[in-house]
Design a protein around this ligand. Structure first.
Ligand code: HEM
Ligand code: SF4
Ligand code: SF4
Length: 536
């Protein structure tokens, strides 16, 4: 059931993201930058909030007038800031909702990722508390409606000795102490929110917390333009003698408020509790079957720290050497953080298939899918290739080539060290190599595509050696739903490679795998992790 919903959502995201990719390019695609945009909007809200605070009068008697003054007399600076504050806060809600759905759709919330997911939950609560207390401060009719409804909702819970809604019954009983509490909360809660946002990304290596400059500039220009065109306005001074009749709601922050009167307070609380419990339990519904974590073999580790640098999940630390070998440090894997992506295996300088030892060993390896097994599968898959251009496909199991029958399966493209490609081509095991991973905007292991490209471009260790003919290698980045696009790209590359070989083929059919190929190791499941991909 959850898998079906995820599949449906993934298709929805693909429908939006592919045109965005064409429009912005994968690097600027906003759907791939949601977390970073969330931070960016937060900073806009924070800076505009501090600016507004200079002009805001925190007393209940004069709060409304001070906001009116900001909006009318100082419209060209403080007024624009007010609108920026409002609209950037709204965009934070949009960002959180889309980000949550996207992480779910791409299955980025189970296994070791439970931590980012679970810390997202208090973010939602804190964001809403910040927004709701903000509406209160304007002290207009909407603020009054928010104040009454929030107090009634809170009164439903057995927390306060005396009903707080009584504060708003008439001007006489209203305490400005309560208003001051709201002002304090509107400053303190966002600060706490920022702290939780920091905790949220603690377990992620190189998190994207700043959007690309162009995207940031475009977002800011759009926000300023909307602020000038449709400034945020108040809705008339509070009259405590009258209940607010007609008010404009902010549907980003207040969608549950009308429901309080429609469903009743108990139902709203039940909904919020059910939502929180469901989101909180999701990483374990069903739990991800985790493969054994990467293991270090000290006899082959020289303490270079490349694996630590490349691990996307902060799962490896360099610690003091424990085996007496003359290196200052050794790699140490935290099994609780490792997702067995194999990226560290591809980074280690000892991961070279050219090693003559019978039993291929490396500094760090996956117990359930070792480098030795990867080499064995590569050879077996190459032996099964036929046709004018024998193209070997290294296929990430999260990308468009996952279902390709003759491919060498990988948990991430960056598990294959560049020397493995050198090995295939220099030993003439194949005429060309395709490294096929996820869509560029949505690398399942976050950094696998980036590291692969940098290694091939000789900008990141381990480099692809210069002797490797570049025209015989290509990369194809397609999502798990784009098998046909992968096959098209493969066909195009095969034709190009066929034209390179001495026996030139005029038109080349797509590369084939021998029909009666033996059940080689290449056709087995690489590692037993269930429920990884969405069924086509
Ligand atoms: C203000 C709100 C939020 C901000 C600013 C934010 C920001 C971020 C950032 C910057 C990342 C790292 C992205 C990367 O570099 O790959 C991230 C990852 C993540 N976020 Fe959020 N987030 C927010 C809310 C949420 C919420 C509400 C949830 C879900 C309940 C959530 C779930 C996740 C998950 C599961 C990841 C890990 C993705 C991975 O491991 O690939 N986030 N978030
Ligand atoms: S397998 Fe992946 S997650 Fe585990 S230590 Fe290596 S790079 Fe990090
Ligand atoms: S990359 Fe290999 S050699 Fe370098 S620290 Fe990691 S395990 Fe050791």
């Amino acid at each position: 059931m959850i898998g079906a919903v995820r599949g449906l959502l993934l298709r929805g995201f693909e429908l939006i993201e592919r045109p965005f990719d064409r429009l912005f390019g994968p690097a600027l695609n906003p759907t791939a930058q949601l977390g970073a945009l969330g931070f960016f909007f937060f900073w806009i809200v924070a800076v505009s909030g501090v600016y507004l605070f200079i002009f805001f009068d925190t007393g209940i008697e004069s709060a409304y007038e001070s906001v009116e003054h900001i909006t009318n007399a100082f419209w060209f600076h403080a007024g624009v800031m007010r609108s920026l504050h409002r609209y950037a806060s709204d965009l934070m809600v949009v960002m959180v909702v889309v980000h949550l759905l996207r992480e779910f759709a791409y299955d980025h919330y189970r296994g070791t990722r439970w931590f980012s997911w679970l810390t997202g939950l208090p973010i939602i609560w804190l964001l809403y508390t910040s927004g709701i207390t903000g509406y209160w401060l304007v002290w207009d009719k909407l603020a009054y409606y928010v104040a009454i409804t929030t107090s009634e909702l809170l009164d439903y819970l057995p927390i306060f000795g005396e009903p707080i809604a009584r504060n708003f019954i008439s001007t006489g009983t209203l305490t400005s102490r309560f208003f001051t509490l709201m002002v304090f909360m509107h400053v303190a809660v966002p600060l706490f929110l920022l702290f939780i946002m920091w905790v949220h990304i603690l377990r992620i290596s190189r998190p994207k917390v700043n959007p690309p400059r162009m995207l940031a500039a475009l977002s800011l220009i759009a926000l300023v333009a909307v602020s000038m065109w449709k400034p945020a306005l108040s809705q008339g001074h509070v009259d405590l003698a009258k209940a607010p009749v007609e008010i404009g709601l902010d549907w980003f922050y207040l969608p549950l408020y009308p429901l309080t009167y429609l469903w009743g307070k108990g139902a709203v609380w039940a909904f919020l509790a059910a939502f929180s419990i469901m989101v909180g339990l999701m990483p374990w519904l069903p739990p991800l079957r985790r493969a054994k974590p990467a293991a270090v073999d000290l006899a082959h580790c020289n303490g270079c720290a490349r694996c630590t640098d490349d691990c996307p999940y902060e799962a490896i630390r360099m610690v003091r050497r424990s085996d007496g070998l003359p290196f200052p440090a050794e790699a140490s894997v935290n099994p609780a953080l490792c997702v067995s992506c194999g990226i560290c295996v591809g980074a280690c300088p000892s991961s070279t298939p050219f090693r003559r030892t019978q039993d291929l060993k490396t500094g760090i390896d996956l117990p359930e899918y070792s480098l030795a097994e990867l080499r064995e599968r590569t050879i077996a898959a190459a032996q099964a290739l036929i046709g004018p251009a024998r193209i070997l496909v290294f296929a990430c199991q999260h990308g468009g080539a996952a279902a390709y029958p003759g491919g060498v399966p990988l948990p991430c493209v960056a598990m294959a060290p560049p020397s493995l490609i050198d090995y295939v081509l220099s030993r003439k095991l194949a005429d060309g190599v395709v490294v096929a991973g996820c869509a560029e905007r949505a690398c399942f292991n976050r950094l696998g595509i980036a590291w692969t490209e940098q290694r091939f471009a000789r900008r990141r260790d381990p480099y692809l050696r210069t002797r490797v003919p570049r025209d015989r290698i290509t990369t194809v980045w397609t999502s798990i739903l784009e098998f046909s696009r992968f096959k098209q790209e493969l066909g195009r590359f095969a034709a190009k490679v066929a034209a390179l070989s001495p026996a030139k083929a005029i038109s080349s059919p797509p590369p084939q795998v021998r029909q009666n190929a033996p059940d080689t190791a290449a056709h087995r499941e690489p590692y037993p992790i269930e429920d990884r991909s969405v069924p086509p």
